[in-house]
Design a protein around this ligand. Sequence first.
Ligand code: UT7
Length: 333
Amino acid sequence: MFKARIIGTGSTTPKRILTNTDLENIVDTSDEWITRRTGIKERRISQKGKGEKAFDLAADASLKALEMAGMGPDEPDLIILGTITPDRQFPSVACMVQDKINAVNANAFDVSAGCSGFLYALSIAENAIATGGSEKALVIGAELLSSVANWEDRSTCVLLGDGAGAVVLGRSDKDEGILSSHLGSDGRYWKLLYSEEGTPDPPKILEAFEGKPYYLAMEGNKLFKKAVKHLADVAMEALRHNNLSGSDVRLVVPHQANIRIIEALADRISLPMEKVYTNIHKYGNTSSASIPIALDEANREGMLRPGDIVLLVTFGAGLTWGASVVRWSLDIR
Ligand code: UT7
């Protein structure tokens, strides 16, 4: 059995910034409420005709990750992409990325697991590398959540943003890289967060945005409690599995859904917020893209050194959740 190690990270977000103040002109809300209840200050929104579809963002993030890995696009043998906002019903966004970056030697497919899509994809790629089915894999999370926002629902449209992040995995025979992944789901609660048919009118301020024929519906309060419980439980399960405690962790990179959820997670696993990476203030909730974007930013900011224990942890629609423990082995300094 081999280990899968992260040898490159990359991310990208659309140019257009939508601030909380902009949202005050769309729904009955305020910068004060959004900041206090969610931690979000602004988010990035894809615009039509600007080359910012999910596959464009995913391709750009992938090329950055490949460049860091010192790998050509023809080297990955596997591309797995997590998304709930694919550009088309089919083919997969992963195949469109394969075409755009010319990754001619890969098998490519998407994974739909709500906001847990990236960690589900990472776990599949990790297993493929561990068992010898893959040597070099590209794992991506890419979303245009703005395209499924209901711009008349202030309790959801203020949360959502767009972006993509990617990691390149390589094979290792040392005790490094992804030490273990832990996934869970509970379909009994799918109605807490789901897509509803319909196309709410986009606000004038966003006349050039990318819309889809369905929108996101959510029972925020109930979901909040489930999120905190499952994030904390799966994080503890992952640490215990590796005989680690919170004090061994250098950095937690959680799904960025709400700063209060992240703070509650940190509290439950007894970690100070200094050990938790957050960028929700800049991007809002980008679903499957949030962890790979945050991981790439932490990496490029020089926060990670070889040997550091990094805990990735997520929760989302499905319900789904997951955690991966990584012994970091990439040094970009
Ligand atoms: O990524 C997948 C996982 N995502 C999650 O788990 C999301 C979990 N849920 C949440 O993050 C939070 O529940 C929300 C951010 C969605 C909502 O925050 P909350 O603190 O739970 O607010 P609430 O739904 O309890 O609403 C409190 C009040 C209500 O007014 P009343 O009934 O008390 O008069 C809402 O109508 O806040 C009102 N409200 C707003 N006010 C201003 C809801 N949204 C807004 C808004 N601006 N945008």
